[in-house]
Write a protein that binds this ligand. Sequence first.
Ligand code: ZN
Length: 174
Amino acid sequence: MIKLKFLPYIFTLISVLPACGQTQTNELKNKTSMNEKINRNPEVEVNKEELKQKLTTEQYNVTQMCSTEPPFKNKYWDNHITGMYSCVVCNSPLFNSDTKFDSGTGWPSFFKPINDKSIIEIKDTAYGMVRTEIQCSKCHAHLGHVFDDGPRPTGLRYCMNSASMNFTQDEKSK
Ligand SMILES: [Zn+2]
């Protein structure tokens, strides 16, 4: 049993490894076979140059280069306000605050997406680890990973990057 206080360090170690293969051609082979099973053409076309203007460097690196932001030093890991999280690139709704939980990892964590169609899952076998990458289903922005050590009712932990999401506070809770 790994003590919880070490978890952030372990996740940090994992997270410094590139998660998806856009710049890692060696890893692309593994991922391509999985990617072929999903729609290769995103519903929302993204212009990378326009995105660079629109997003911060961190938002661009996370969503387009699959980088991972640091734990505990991001916008939403400790956000407990009622509202909705949407894709920072295309604004598509992703997660509701009522499925957010404190995972102790330092990243915003949810046990369920807003609906089955809001995200896509891609098996990521880079570096001998089997992980499942999560992307926005509309624009294929990289969001984070999902793990099977989450709370009930799903038992899943969607470990997201704050930089890949915008948060909108629920009007009623203002
Ligand atoms: Zn999107």
